[in-house]
Design a protein around this ligand. Structure first.
Ligand SMILES: Cc1cc2nc3c(=O)[nH]c(=O)nc-3n(C[C@H](O)[C@H](O)[C@H](O)COP(=O)(O)OP(=O)(O)OC[C@H]3O[C@@H](n4cnc5c(N)ncnc54)[C@H](O)[C@@H]3O)c2cc1C
Length: 360
């Protein structure tokens, strides 16, 4: 693909003083900007790439969230069922809600179109107090948001492989299927899982390892081969599995930068929307003079911390499930796949970051 991003030498200096500076134009940053629309604030979003240029995920999210965010036109395929596979059998779950796979670029552009923010390409390199240092110059703002993903560039950096990060890699061959398939199979990956997400003529087939020192390229090629699909169009990244402080030194952290990616499932798009909206609401109230900037930070910090029990429970399951005897796991999956437990479990799971919140 041709890169739209300007080479370093072609970039012009950027010297801006917006009211709100959002670093990162992906799920978290764009959801936050969308929620600030109409606030009257001068909002500047910066990213090292053009909006939607580089997808970082399999791009599957709960369908109700995509509707709530007004990005349903980016949907490629609605997926009502999940199928879990172990070496000893399979269980099909008909969910109380559906997943949808979507087109990353379209979704990002549709989110941005709903904002009244400005956008500039710049690589964020660090921060000194209220000033963010980029490769195009320094940007100063009273409200600064780090929506830059797992690196958490504006505070103490995450360093894999020691940091609490999982690693994921996927390929995007042509192919068709109906379910969101998940394999929990030690012969593929010791602590993690493999997936196949159908996307209308494309399959996003990948492997995630909760253990960051374990490599995922061979397992990804292995699962593609088992499915008789070509291992083509690779994309991979790290993703966090532990919550971090949602504010630090006056900066808002949202999405992967705050560890807002649900352990076990590695689902990070929906929480990025959810916490992005939450942070924006506090900033908005502060901009309107309804609370002080420090009280906005504290309220958002507490909001994020309130979700710790759900994230801790998911992390405990992330630790336990790969260690269960495979036959026990197979039995558990077939019991959980029955309608009542399936609806109870996935109903609860959706409420961890409820789509109703988007329009609350
Ligand atoms: C292989 C894989 C598949 C996944 N599949 C799914 C899935 O199907 N569903 C799901 O819910 N989650 C999935 N996830 C997790 C999900 O991708 C993340 O949780 C989600 O992308 C987090 O969103 P974010 O906006 O916080 O960060 P990101 O999406 O990582 O966005 C960070 C943004 O910051 C920009 N940026 C980074 N550094 C700089 C810098 N120095 N200067 C300027 N800009 C910078 C990037 O260009 C990017 O636009 C997957 C993860 C992986 C690795």
């Amino acid at each position: 693909m041709k890169r739209a991003t300007l080479a370093r030498g072609e970039r012009t200096p950027l010297d801006e003083r917006p009211d709100v500076l959002i670093c990162g134009a992906s799920f978290a940053g764009l959801a936050l900007a969308r929620e600030l629309t109409g606030s009257g604030a001068d909002v500047l979003i910066v990213d090292r790439y053009e909006i939607g240029e580089r997808a970082t995920s399999a791009c599957a999210a709960p369908t109700p969230w995509l509707h709530a965010m007004g990005v349903q036109d980016s949907i490629r395929q609605e997926i009502p069922c999940m199928a879990f596979h172990t070496p000893h059998g399979s269980a099909r779950f008909r969910l109380p809600w559906s997943w949808s796979s979507f087109e990353y670029r379209a979704l990002c552009q549709q989110l941005f179109a709903q904002t009244d923010a400005r956008f500039a390409i710049a690589k964020v390199e660090g921060r000194s107090g209220r000033t963010v240092v980029t490769d195009r110059g320094e940007l100063t703002a009273p409200y600064i948001v780090d929506a830059l993903g797992w690196r958490r560039v504006l505070a103490t950096h995450y360093q894999p492989p020691e940091a609490p990060l999982s690693r994921g890699l996927e390929v995007h061959p042509h192919g068709a299927s109906t379910d969101l398939d998940v394999w929990i199979d030690r012969s593929l990956v010791r602590y993690g899982y493999a997936w196949s997400v159908p996307a209308d003529g494309e399959q996003r087939i990948g492997v995630g390892s909760y253990e960051p020192t374990h490599h995922v390229k061979e397992p990804t090629q292995d699962i593609a081969q088992r499915l008789d699909r070509d291992a083509v169009r690779y994309q991979g990244n790290w993703f966090p599995h532990k919550l971090r402080a949602a504010t630090e030194d006056g900066v808002y952290f949202v999405g992967d930068s705050a560890g807002h990616c649900i352990p076990l499932s590695g689902e990070g798009i929906r929480p990025a929307f959810y916490f992005g909206i939450a942070a924006a609401r506090e900033i908005r109230r502060a901009l309107a003079g309804e609370q002080s900037p420090s009280s906005a930070l504290a309220t958002y910090h507490r909001f994020s911390a309130r979700h710790r029990p759900a994230f801790t429970a998911a992390l405990a399951l992330q630790h336990a499930i790969p260690r269960l005897p495979p036959k026990t796991l197979t039995r558990l999956l077939s019991l959980t796949g029955r309608q009542r437990p399936c609806h109870a479990l996935f109903g609860w799971y959706l409420t961890v970051a409820d789509p109703k919140f988007a329009n609350a």
